[in-house]
Design a protein around this ligand. Structure first.
Ligand SMILES: Cc1ncc(COP(=O)(O)O)c(C=O)c1O
Length: 353
């Protein structure tokens, strides 16, 4: 029966992270706490008093777009909305490469959805290798790969996941000179403070992706957006599904963007938590500098899967990917438990050696 399904889809490994009830979830780069109570009450009120369950949601949520445009310093015509930025990644591939029109390129290790979505469409995916020491990559290699593989779209997360590193100025300049669509995924912008949005005006082939899933704490509502020149933003709007954002998701994102001062005021404390975690774990782990709400680390002489399982048993979930550990910053209590759990697990091993 499965022979009617494409072999490349059958061969795919679906994106998923295991759930362990009660454990500290430091494996998905989420914000570690729920929305403030007052926000949830306001949302419940909106659901009760304003949203008509029998009606389709707005296909063009103007107030939400206006809020995003104001936040990003652009006009609403530069904004395209997606059901998570994942949907926009798919929309970009649909609008560019589908139908034998060239390849997608990124630099590994990186966010796996660039590859997974390219592969679901049968679009070739090229993964450049990053250098081991700082996860940078060579501009000439990038230029050669674009030419050799007929690359049409380059996806680069900035900062990157899982490595939490930023792109160099040299790579940005190289991208600008290439005949490709460059997608800079700024899912973690609120933590890095670095954006390429101002380049949009003079770089017609640039698309910036952002999300409400991280600093805005709305991962469960699935809202992402793209900023690009108006013509490009309109193209992305054409290939998304007609009612891609549910009414409650629109309401949640509007509430978050209009009250961003309250939500984003907590970012510095989270970054302080990252600083403390890195300082405490540095004697045991090799940790790379981070521009995000997570950090990337390796643990010499340890099999990382064994380490991950041992930490999970103690109640701290982390992600092992790209040959390293990606660890999200949690609440102060979760961070302390992680430090204690590392001490216990690594200490246990040295005792038993
Ligand atoms: C680099 C990057 N882009 C996009 C996403 C997904 O964002 P969204 O929840 O908006 O689909 C993630 C999620 O972890 C990510 O790490």
């Amino acid at each position: 029966m499965l022979e009617l399904f494409r072999p490349e889809v059958q061969a795919l490994v679906a994106y998923h992270t295991p759930a362990v009830p009660g454990a500290d979830k430091l494996n998905e780069n989420e914000w570690p706490t729920d929305l403030p109570d007052a926000f949830k009450q306001k949302l419940a009120q909106t659901l009760e008093q304003e949203i008509l369950a029998n009606r389709y949601p707005s296909a063009n949520p103007e107030r939400l777009k206006a809020g995003i445009a104001d936040y990003c310093g652009v006009t609403p015509s530069h904004v395209a909305l997606g059901n998570g930025s994942d949907e926009l990644i798919r929309a970009i591939i649909t609008a560019t490469c589908v139908g034998g029109q060239g390849a997608v390129l990124s630099a590994e290790p990186t966010f796996s959805m660039y590859r997974i979505l390219a592969e679901t469409f049968g679009v070739p995916y090229v993964g450049l290798e990053r250098r081991e020491n700082d996860f940078s990559f060579d501009p000439d290699t990038l230029r050669d790969a674009v030419r050799k593989h007929h690359v049409r779209v380059v996806f680069l997360a900035n900062p990157n996941s899982p490595t939490a590193t930023l792109l160099s100025e040299q790579i940005l300049e190289t991208l600008r000179s290439l005949p490709v669509i460059t997608v800079l995924d700024e899912a973690y912008f609120e933590f890095s403070g670095f954006t390429s949005v101002p380049l949009i005006e003079t770089w017609p082939n640039l698309i910036i992706l952002r999300t409400f899933s991280k600093a805005f704490r709305l991962a469960s509502f699935r809202v992402g957006y793209a900023i690009a020149q108006s013509e490009v933003a309109q193209l992305l709007e054409k290939v998304r599904l007609p009612y891609n954002l549910s009414a409650i998701s629109q309401a949640a994102a509007t509430l978050a963007i209009e009250n961003r001062d309250v939500l984003l005021a907590e970012v510095p404390a989270l970054l302080q938590g990252r600083h403390r975690l890195v300082e405490s774990l540095s004697p045991w782990l090799r940790i790379w500098p981070s521009a995000a709400n997570f950090f990337y680390a390796r643990c010499p002489n340890w099999d990382l899967e064994t380490l991950r399982l041992a930490l999970a048993e103690q109640g701290s979930l982390i992600r092992v990917t790209g040959g390293g550990m990606r660890i999200s910053v949690g609440t102060p209590a979760q961070n302390q438990r992680l430090i204690d759990n590392f001490a216990r697990v690594l200490g246990k091993a040295s005792n038993s050696n």
